[in-house]
Ligand binder design. Sequence first.
Ligand SMILES: Cc1ncc(COP(=O)(O)O)c(C=O)c1O
Length: 399
Amino acid sequence: MKSIEGFRLAKRFEFGEVEVINFIRDKMFELERKGKRIIRMDMGDSNFDLPQEMKKGIEKALQSGKIKYPPQGGLPELREKLREKLKRQNKIHAEPEGILLTNGGMGGLFNTFFSLLDPGDEVILLQPFWSPLKYHCLYNDAKPIYVSLDENFQLDPDRIRKAITSRTKVIYINTPNNPSGSIFGREAIEEVAKIGLENRVWILSDEPYEDILFEGEHFSIASLPGVLERSVTTFSFSKTYAATGLRVGYAVTGNKDLAETLIHVDRQVSTGVNTLTQLALCSSEIDPNEIERMRKAYETRMELLYQGLSQLEGVSCVKPRGGFFMFPDFSSFIPQKVEGRSFFIADRLLEQGVAVVPGIAFGDGKSYEGHVRLNFSNLNESEISEALEIFQKTFLSAE
Ligand SMILES: Cc1ncc(COP(=O)(O)O)c(C=O)c1O
């Protein structure tokens, strides 16, 4: 990041990296400005609208005359509603004081790192991971320690165990996973919990895709004995309700000091989550069929994309079991001598009309060079078929 004529930015931004995603996005916007149609597989948004009840709830809240500063931590009736949801769905037995409304899942993640990290602390990031996490570590002068998932994007607890040092402060896990679509199994999660507890290391579990499953079950680490007090789990309404623009999520912890610190930080940074959305979440009972309809559509789109990619010779792809994304490996199409291989492939695809994110954005800056991340929640089936045709055309001509 640059300083202008001696007006220096904070030192914490001198980590010498520019967010990878932006290179491709800038070019994409430029092409769109010139009138080129781009199929957007790059972002984390769905093309579904908000559930009906949520819309009605927002309209009602707007007329209520109650759109004032929210209480710290969130509206008590909403925290109570979430307490019941956590108990029923996640088997997490939390007190309302440990359930905090956040500005998206992102707000919970950022505030947790800000509350826990000192300079020099190490954070175990299981890669591939959603790229903002790395920046959250770097902003706090903490050191990301990259531990790779295995070839099926499953977590290998032994790799985590080997990465623990006296400086390890947090282990970050994300299931269902962005970008790979994998779901971590209960046994592996139990091992992570053991490692965290034995080594007095916090666990940060990021679970915004908990409701978007195609196979298997979602298991929350904070449901295990003793973990809630030593962890934060972040959830979000962004993905379940296709509500990314509302910017609302929640964090849960059983640690009183940490809960108070998270509230303290939130008070100084954003003074809470907008009251309108909180009131709407309190009053509306979302029809589970609406959520299921979206989940089913994502599954159909995922299958279509996965089957299409599987027919392309030279592409390898682990089939997603949840979430919005697929993380195929196209490396056999990239000439060996090319530098910035995942950029090369993303750039080629962009020129043909499909925007994707280069794989290198999701790890230590060296890994996943043959990969790209594809979002399938934002496209209908005909757009996915169109994208597959473009993949085929691009890669056949690369031979
Ligand atoms: C893994 C992961 N965690 C957290 C988030 C945060 O989402 P939001 O802030 O919209 O709730 C995202 C969004 O894409 C994500 O992919």
